[in-house]
Design a protein around this ligand. Structure first.
Ligand code: NAD
Length: 282
């Protein structure tokens, strides 16, 4: 099967509406890729944003400057999301600075790929630690803060919103990436369980499952014409996703426009989960 012709990639130009005015959002892993775009999207929708980063202080400062340039406020806050003490300190510093947190986008994630027989325990633990335990630690602190603050009806009818960055690999098995797929499968049931547990308190918990998005994490899959051609076979919509495709979904899930949505995974994947191998009759 040869790579299908790609039509000139027309990207949507969708404005952000001020649906989050006055709310405080914390985005983890926000110094690059999807996290950066989501932090900016939330700011364009009116939120004040805490920009968490793991190590790249310069990139985080640039995101803060971009947020200020669109007229909102931001704070760069360093924390390794897999470390309990650092997550606690991060929430303390965000609450001290902005008063509370209304929206958590738990986005930080990484890959350490290897065939199973060559996968080290360290690589297994790193991926589970950041991608899954990091989501647990951040969600727990967010829930504690949502409860402390309570509902502020002038800002949102919900007490808080948690958005977990999952992946199509919460449902698509991925050879050579057992740690990553296991972490995202874990995120799926962590999210649903928290959604069930917290719904009576008007805390909404949802996930976004991106497909292939143009970011540093998967550069090898899109940065040459040959790689991009192979990638298109997996994408019925025939274009790679852009970080802003995810940011738009995150803004909607964070806003009261999605108030009756909890426990859902929103697949933003150009059809990647539609079994594209069956496009030509299988
Ligand atoms: P990215 O590498 O640009 O972003 C990941 C971010 O997480 C980086 O800023 C990194 O510094 C940060 N991070 C890593 N470990 C951390 C830690 N211990 N503490 C705090 N921050 C840490 O890649 P991305 O594509 O923007 O990835 C964002 C999320 O989206 C990840 O959870 C990833 O699994 C998910 N995702 C991405 C794609 C894609 O195609 N790009 C597809 C599905 C899911």
């Amino acid at each position: 099967m040869s790579a299908p012709e790609m039509p000139a990639a027309r990207l949507p130009t969708v404005p952000y509406y001020p649906v989050l005015t006055g709310q405080v959002a914390l985005v983890t892993g926000a110094s690059s890729g999807i996290g950066r775009a989501t932090a900016l999207g939330l700011a364009r929708a009116g939120a004040v944003v805490a920009v968490n980063y793991g190590s790249d202080a310069k990139a985080a400062a640039e995101v803060v400057a971009e947020i200020e340039a669109v007229g909102s406020r931001a704070l760069a806050v360093r924390a390794d999301v897999s470390r309990e003490d650092e997550v606690l300190a991060m929430f303390r510093s965000v609450v001290e600075t902005f008063g509370t947190v209304h929206v958590l986008v738990s986005n930080a994630g990484l890959q350490r790929d290897a065939p199973i027989a060559e996968m080290s325990l360290a690589d297994w633990n790193t991926v589970i630690g950041v991608n899954l335990t990091g989501q647990f630690l951040c969600a727990r602190e967010a829930v504690r803060e949502f409860r402390r603050r309570g509902i502020q009806p002038d800002l949102s009818v919900a007490a808080g919103k948690i958005i977990c960055m999952s992946s199509v690999h919460e449902v698509i098995p991925w050879a050579g990436h057992a740690n990553y797929a296991a972490s995202k499968g874990g995120v799926s049931l962590l999210m649903k369980t928290l959604a069930q547990e917290l719904a009576p308190e008007r805390i909404r918990v949802n996930a976004i499952a991106p497909g292939a998005i143009r970011t540093p994490i998967n550069r090898a899959a899109w940065d040459t014409p040959e790689a991009y051609g192979r990638l298109l076979h997996l994408l019925p919509y025939r274009r790679i996703g852009e970080p802003d495709d995810i940011a738009q979904a995150a803004v909607w899930l964070a806003s009261d426009a999605s108030d009756y949505v909890t426990g859902a995974t929103l697949f933003v994947d150009g059809g990647m989960t539609l079994y594209p191998g069956f496009e030509d009759n299988g």
